[in-house]
Design a protein around this ligand. Sequence first.
Ligand code: HEC
Length: 213
Amino acid sequence: MSMGVGKYEMDELRLVVGTMVILSVATALLVVMPYLLLKDTKPPAKLAPYTDTQLIGRQSYIANGCVYCHSQQPRDIAQAPDALRGWGRASVAADYAYDTPHLLGTMRTGPDLLNIGARQPSRDWHLGHLYAPRAYTPGSIMPPYPYLFEVREGEARAGEVVVNLPPSHAKPGQVVVAKPEVLALVDYLIALDRTYPALTAEDDLAVDRKAPR
Ligand code: HEC
C-alpha cells in the first residue's frame, strides 16, 4: 500500500516541477526576453508625443471599436505588400513609444491606419467619412458613427464645426455638427504619421559608438 501512495506522491512532484519549468520557460521567452530586447528603445526624435486632445481621441478610437477592423502595423514587403498599398514602411518598436496600450490590431477589414495622417490629412474628409463612409467610398462596409454628430435644422452656432458633406449626401436646411469627441478622434487620426525613416540596428550601433562611455 505504502508503495502505491509513494508512486502517486512522486507524480505530484513531477507535475509541480514540470509546471514550474514550463511556466518559467514561457515567462523567459514571452516576458523577460522581449523586455530586455526593447527596454532601451527610445522614441524617435521625429515622433511627437500625443497631445491631451489626441489622447482623448485615442480613447474614442478604442471605445468605438475601430481597432477591431483596423490594424496599426504595416508589415515588411516579404510578408505583405503593405508599402505598395500606400500604408508605409514596416513599423519598428520605437514607432509605438507613446502607445500604451499599443493598438496593433489583428484584423484588417479596413486599411492599416498607422500612417493615415500622412495619407489623408484633411479634417473635413475624416469627419464626413465617419458620419457617412459611403458618401466617400461607395459601397463601404465601415459602419457610420452618427452618434458622434448632432444633426440640426437651421444654422450652426458660433464656434461649432460643421461637417461639409458632398452634395449627394447633404440635406438642404440641415446642419451636421461634430461633437467634441469626434473632433478629438480626428485629431488623433491626423497625428498617426510614422513616415520618418525607421532607425535601423546599424543606426542604433552608430549612436551607441558616439556616446561617451
Ligand atoms: C466593421 C469594420 C470597420 C470598423 C469597426 C471601422 N472601420 Fe474604418 N474602414 C473599414 C473599411 C472596410 C474601410 C475601407 C472603405 C472606406 O474607406 O470606407 C475603412 C476605411 C477607413 C478609413 C480610410 C482609410 C484609408 O486608407 O483611406 C479611416 C480613416 C477609417 N476607416 C477610420 C475608422 C475609425 C476611426 C473607426 C472607429 C470609429 C473605424 N474606421 C471603424 C472598416 C471598419
